[in-house]
Design a protein. Sequence first.
Length: 219
Amino acid sequence: MRKIVGLRVIVRGQENTERPHLVVSNHISYFDIVTLGSLVAGDFVAKADIANWPIFGIMAKAGRSVFIDRKRSATSDARDQIQERLDAGDTLIMFPESTSGDGNRMKPFKSALFTVAERQVADRQGHKRNIAVQPVSIAYTRLNGLPIGVGWRPYVAWYGDMDMMPHLWTIWKLGILTVEVTFHAPVTLADFPNRKALAAHCDQVVRNGMAGLLAGRAA
């Protein structure tokens, strides 16, 4: 799919090798799903309506995504699905902004989604451990090799009430899109006083990483 839609991916850092673990990333476009899905052997935690998206909904289902219905009555079912995946050793990928942005700036991470990090998992010896959380930054930086400026990034991003297929067709016609990804150092809930502090740390790390990628000064 990366080749079909014309994505060139540049990766910095290393994915955590522990299994299972949690990957948390900023969210700009449906291209994030293609990009991270090609780099991380994991299952996405996604909004329920994504299951009905054209093309990407089929991909999400094929990739065994956990679909979260925001209705309170469905919360326990989603929680059970997540625990089953973790117990099976699966890695989970989440976008804690809960929506996509314009490619220039992030929205705050929602700490409620980091409830997953409160769960413990068993290692190969059967000992319980805190699940590792790895922050990841994504930025779309070049089109056909030329830098994408502030004014053009919202055209590459997919957010608000944009229609997906016209947007996809437009971007596909423009040419090769470069997306840069930085894997940051993993942390656990044990490193912080509470879930909110963990979420705030991941937010800041990802935010700084995205800013660095856009400014061309990624570490």
